[in-house]
Design a protein around this ligand. Structure first.
Ligand SMILES: NC(=O)c1ccc[n+]([C@@H]2O[C@H](COP(=O)([O-])OP(=O)(O)OC[C@H]3O[C@@H](n4cnc5c(N)ncnc54)[C@H](OP(=O)(O)O)[C@@H]3O)[C@@H](O)[C@H]2O)c1
Length: 344
C-alpha cells in the first residue's frame, strides 16, 4: 500500500517540478492530488504519462492524505499548514513561513537529516530558501573537514526563483527589446532583461535584504550557529539555475585539492573543475539536473585558510521541489510515516 500525496501549488513552477520528480524517482504513492487556487480548478497537470485535474486547496479534506507538498506561497502556508497538520497530514513547505519556527525542522537531507525527528510538534517540515539549499550542500562536507568560520557569498539568481510571473516578465521584456516595444516592470523593481538587480525580497533595517538575511539564518539553523555569513543576492536574466560565488575562511588549513577530493565524495555534490575554457558549470547547464555543481575551486590567499568556489544548481529542483521530495523520502525511509489507508 502506498501513500496519498497532495501537491498544493501544483500549477506553479515548483509544484509542476514536484509532480515530475515524484514520478521520476518512483515515490511510493498510490494517489496524487494536485491542488491550487479556485482559479485553477479543472486545469490539467502532468504526472508521468497521466493527466491529473487540479482541485481547490481551500475546500480539500486532508483527513485521508498522508503528505502535503506545499508550494503556494507564505501567506497561504501560514493559513493552511497548521490546519492540514492537525488533520494528521504532514506538510513539507517550500515558503519561508515556518523556516525559523523552533518547532519546525528545516531540512536538507544531505546536511541535517537527524533534525527531522522534531516534525511531530506541528506536523510541518520546512524546506530552505533555494539559494541556501545549494550552498549548504557544498559547505557541509567542507565544514566537517576544516570548520568554516566565515562565508562571503554573492548570488546570481534566476527569474524562476520569483515564480512563473518572474519567468514571464523576463520573456516579455526580452521580446519587447527586440521589437522595440515599451518595457514594463511589474514583478521586478527594475528592468531584468539584459540587466541585473541587486535586490531580492524586501529591505531590512540594517540595509540587507530579506533574501540575504534568510541565507544567514538558515545556514546557522541547519549547519552551525557559529558560522558567520554575509551575502549579496542579485537577480540575473537567466530562466532557471542559481549560481553563487563563495569565499570561505576555515579554522584549519585546507587546500583546494583536498577540498576537491572531499566534495567529489560528498552526497549531492558534483565537481566539474577543469582549469581550462569551459571547464566549469553554468546555470543553464544545471537546469533539469539534481546535482549541486562545484567549479572554480581555488585557494584564497587574502585570508588564512581561505578557499573560493563557484556553486550552481537548478533552483526549482535542489532549491525547491527535489529537496521537498527528498524530505518525503526521508520520512518514509526512517519509518516516520505510514500510509493512513493501511492503518485504517
Ligand atoms: N521558485 C523557486 O526557486 C523557489 C525555491 C524555493 C521556494 N520557493 C517557494 O515555493 C512557493 C511557490 O513558488 P513558485 O515559484 O512555484 O510560484 P508560482 O509559479 O507563482 O506558483 C504559485 C502556486 O501557488 C498557487 N496559489 C496561489 N494562490 C493560491 C491560493 N489562494 N490557494 C491555493 N493555491 C494558490 C498557484 O495556483 P494558481 O495557478 O491557481 O494561482 C500556483 O500553483 C513560494 O512560496 C516560493 O517562495 C520557490
Amino acid at each position: 500500500m502506498g501513500f496519498k500525496i497532495a501537491v498544493a501549488g501544483a500549477t506553479g513552477n515548483v509544484g509542476r517540478e514536484m509532480l515530475n520528480i515524484l514520478e521520476e524517482r518512483g515515490f511510493p504513492a498510490d494517489e496524487i492530488v494536485p491542488l491550487a487556487s479556485r482559479r485553477s480548478v479543472g486545469t490539467e497537470v502532468s504526472y508521468g504519462d497521466k493527466t491529473l485535474k487540479v482541485k481547490a486547496l481551500e475546500s480539500y479534506d486532508f483527513s485521508d492524505t498522508d503528505i502535503c507538498l506545499m508550494s503556494a506561497g507564505g501567506s497561504i502556508s501560514k493559513e493552511y499548514s497548521p490546519k492540514i497538520g492537525k488533520q494528521g497530514c504532514v506538510v513539507i513547505d517550500n515558503s519561508s513561513a515556518w523556516r525559523y519556527d523552533q518547532d519546525v525542522p528545516l531540512i536538507v537531507p544531505e546536511v541535517n537529516p537527524d533534525a527531522i525527528d522534531g516534525f511531530t510538534k506541528k506536523n510541518i517540515i520546512a524546506n530552505p530558501n533555494c539559494s541556501t539549499a545549494q550552498l549548504v550542500v557544498a559547505l557541509k562536507p567542507l565544514h566537517e573537514a576544516a570548520t568554516i568560520k566565515r562565508v562571503v557569498v554573492s548570488t546570481y539568481q534566476s527569474v524562476s526563483g520569483a515564480g512563473k510571473e518572474g519567468m514571464d516578465e523576463l520573456f516579455e521584456q526580452t521580446r519587447a527589446v527586440f521589437v522595440a516595444d515599451p518595457i514594463s516592470a511589474n514583478k521586478f523593481t527594475k528592468r531584468i532583461a539584459f540587466n541585473c538587480i541587486p535586490h531580492i525580497d524586501v529591505f531590512m533595517e540594517d540595509g540587507f535584504t530579506k533574501e540575504e538575511w534568510k541565507m544567514v539564518a538558515e545556514t546557522k539553523k541547519m549547519l552551525d550557529p557559529k558560522i558567520k555569513l554575509t551575502a549579496t543576492c542579485v537577480r540575473v536574466p537567466v530562466f532557471i539555475g542559481h549560481a553563487e560565488a563563495v569565499n570561505l575562511e576555515f579554522e584549519k588549513p585546507i587546500t583546494a585539492d583536498e577540498a576537491r577530493e572531499i566534495l567529489r565524495e560528498a552526497p549531492g555534490c558534483q565537481v566539474i573543475d577543469k582549469r581550462e575554457d569551459g571547464g566549469y558549470v553554468t546555470p543553464y547547464e544545471s537546469a533539469g539536473e539534481d546535482a549541486t555543481y562545484i567549479s572554480r575551486l581555488r585557494e584564497d590567499p587574502t585570508v588564512d585558510n581561505g578557499l573560493a568556489l563557484w556553486v550552481v544548481a537548478d533552483n526549482l529542483r535542489k532549491g525547491a521541489a527535489l529537496n521537498t521530495v527528498q524530505i518525503a523520502e526521508l520520512l518514509v525511509a526512517r519509518g516516520l510515516i505510514q500510509p493512513k489507508k493501511e492503518a485504517a
